[in-house]
Each structure stands twice: as C-alpha cells, then as structure tokens.
Design a protein around this ligand. Sequence first.
Ligand SMILES: C[S@@+](CC[C@H](N)C(=O)[O-])C[C@H]1O[C@@H](n2cnc3c(N)ncnc32)[C@H](O)[C@@H]1O
Length: 485
Amino acid sequence: MASAAVKGLAGTRQRQQVAAPGWAPRHRRCRCRLAAQAGLLDLLRGAGSTEIATDAEGEELKAWLIERGLPPPKLAAAATPGSGRGLVAAQPIGKGESLLSIPQQLVLTPAAALEQSCLRPLLEEQPLPAWSVLALWLAEQRAAGSAGGWWPYVRLLPERTGCVLEWSEEEVEWLCGSQLHSDALEIRAAAEASWAEMQAVLAAAKAQGRAPAHGAFGRAQLQWAFAVLLSRLVRLAGLGDQEALLPWADLLNHDCAAASFLDWSATEAAVVLRAERRYRAGEQLLISYGQKTSGELLLSYGFCPDLGSNPHDGCRLLLELAPGDAARNWKAAALRQHGLAASQLFPLRMAAAPFELVHYTAFSAAVVGSRQEAEQLARRLFEEGDIPPALQTAALEAVVAACKAALAAYPRSFDGDRAELDRLQDQASAAAASGGAGDGSADAGQQRRRHALQAVVYERQVLSRTVFVLQQELKDVQRLARRQG
Ligand SMILES: C[S@@+](CC[C@H](N)C(=O)[O-])C[C@H]1O[C@@H](n2cnc3c(N)ncnc32)[C@H](O)[C@@H]1O
C-alpha cells in the first residue's frame, strides 16, 4: 500500500520536460532577442569582467565536487532575491554551450544511497522504495554533520522548503474544492505511509546498534528528508527514469518559460545541462522543473509564480464514465487502449480549447451495443480526432456541466477569495517597497495564504472561461444543426 502511495508522490516530483510549442509564451522570442542584444552590449562593454557576488558555501561545495571529478562548470552559486541560492553565469555564455556535466560518481541515485547507508545490510534484507532509501541516507548524513561523507552538500540543504509536507492541516484546507487538495492529501499520506513502512527496518537498526547519532532517524528528521526530496529530486529520463539528487546542480531555480532541463546523457556518461540561449556574466541560469501549474509548484516546491506569468497554469477537471452505463466495462477497456482511464483528470488552460476532454465526454455519452462498437468509436475519437455530429451537443453540455460542478465544489465564494487575494497582494507590494521589514514567520504564513488563494482563484477563472468558450461553441453547433435540419 505504501509503495502505491509513494508512486503517487513520485508522480508529483520534478518531471522535467521541454515546453510544448503550443504553450510557448508570446513574449519569449522577444525576450530572447532582447537578451541577445543585451549580450552583445555586454561584450562591447567588457561584461566578462563583471564582478559576481557569489555564495561562499555554494562555491565551497563546487570546489569540493571538482576535487571529486566535476568538470569545472561555467556557473557560480549566488544568493538570488526571493528564491534562496541559485546558479549564475560565471562568464558570458553562448547558446548551446555545455554548462554542467555531473559524472556518475556524483549523482546520488537510490543505488548510491544504499551503497553508502549504515542500514545497507538491513535494507538488502527488507528493501524499501527508492524514495525511502534516499530519505534515510539524507537523515543519516545530516545527523553525521561534518563527520559525514557529504557534509559540504548536506549543510546547504534548506531547513524548510515550503512544500506541502510542512503545511498545517488548516493551511491544506485552503485548497478545498480544488484537485490540489486531493494532491496535497495524497502527498502527505504517502510520506506518512513511507514513515510507517520504514519502522521495521528502524527497529532492527536500533536492536543491532546500527542507527547513528541519537534521533537521527526520528520522525521530524525523516519529515525534513521527505520535504527535501519533494523539492529537489530530479527524474532522469535518460537513466531509465531514475530519480536522483544532484549536488550543486540542485541549486538551479525554476523559470516557467525555460525549456532546458537536467538529464542523463549516455554519450557523455554524465548529467548534463546546455545553455538554451546566451547569458551575460552574473545572469541567473533558470531551468524548467516541468510544465507544472502554479498550484503544483506550490505543493512540491513551496513557491508560486506571479499571477499570469506561468504559461502552464490552469486546473484539472475530473471526468468519469457514468457508473450506471451498461457499456461501462467495454468503454473502460477501449479507453485503456488509448491511454485513458474510466476516471480521468484533464488539464484545462485559460487559452486552450479542451478538445481531448470533449472527445472523452462524447465517448462517455455515446450509446454503444458491443465491445467492438466501443473500440471503433474510441478509435474515431482518440486517433482520428473526429466527433460524430450526433454526439457533439451532449459532449459539450457534459463538459459545461462538469465545469459548473467543479466551480460549485469550492467552499468559499470567488469574490471573497479574490478580494482577500487583492488585499494580500497590496500588502506584499507595500512590504516589498518598504524593504520587507517585519516578522519572517508571519510573512511566510501570509505568503503561503496568498499563494494558495492565487491558485484557487486562477483555477476558477480557467473553469469559468472554459464554460464561456464551450457555451459559445454549443450555440454554434446548435445553430448549424438547425440550419441543416
Ligand atoms: C531545487 S531547489 C533550488 C535551489 C534553492 N533555491 C536553494 O536555495 O537551495 C528548489 C527550491 O528553490 C526555490 N525556487 C526555485 N525556483 C524558484 C522560483 N522561480 N521562485 C521562488 N523560489 C524558487 C524553492 O524554494 C524551491 O523549493
């Protein structure tokens, strides 16, 4: 059971992808051109000599890794306003240049963690999921302090990440009505299940005197480790989808408009990153953590991009085959052949027509008399992308009804949430203008509230916009039907 839950958690972690062309933000090309021009100006001004305020501990980690085989990167660690440490260009960088190449021995895969773990004999006897092995390794290294083999890396890991594992129950309730609420509960339940699942190993470790410093594997220590993993683990598609910690490279921050990401290169036998454009010396290098909505970023990484700045923002709508449909089993089998399930989440975006989900509801609404008929219709809808005219109205109506039901599921009024969000945004702007004086923890709590509100306000705007667009389409379909009839 725990491993199923852990799978759910894995699904929420960094899945780094290239931005789909349809979703490239309009301003991007323009920004690149400006950046290229800025790069040229910098060269003329001798930007190579720009002084960079580097971060001492981050640079010490880089030097430590270089001693262990890291080819010297063209990047430097630096403090970045509002996002902790980050990596900046240490010199002007050209498009396509190699920025980082992390050799295998510095990639912290679950296998590497197991190899180094004090619990290794026990974990070989009673294997735990990769996620738990890494968490135990992190907790062990942290407890060992400077005596541990990876202290230069572990001491840089944040005390708190802001991810949903650190939220109070009341804070999680702010997401009620949204699919994010189910995600949040699932992530927290997975961490709980992982904690429960490792108790037998921890008890054996205690009995055999294998656990290191007192309390190294306590609940709070493992909670910290789970939060670190949720906000830093990178899935390496080129390494069979393994998830790993990437020391120093995990200082890279996220940009919703970035296309580059870290992945394993078999030819270079290393995790690599190339420059997707030119960079000035001192400019921060940002990568993509995946095409995530702002709410998803909030749950895993504890930050939320500014409203309107995330081209992947939106919400997910849950659609299901009608439970009472006599053809439900045939339909479910036919859906599976197209990678869809009898209960399926669909992403909605502000500016995208949700064709796939209209096809899904057309399939759900259709009356089919056999398995073959279900398969035939599924092929027409999901392979050829064609909706039989007779199903169009019912499909559009079903999506509109599903969006309205999703809107009604939010417990608080849209206007009330919007007003509170505006107020918190004004307060945040005023605090930023006055230098951000005040109690840090109160600020963090207020920021979380603002981010949660931002997510649930935007989701409802997307749902309302989808209702509007589909109602227009419904009118067109009905007008056409009247003309033809
Ligand atoms: C993989 S780590 C990146 C390094 C991190 N900044 C640090 O100081 O250790 C991910 C964390 O960086 C921060 N972060 C990354 N991108 C950000 C962004 N665009 N805005 C704000 N915070 C960001 C968040 O705290 C997130 O949990």
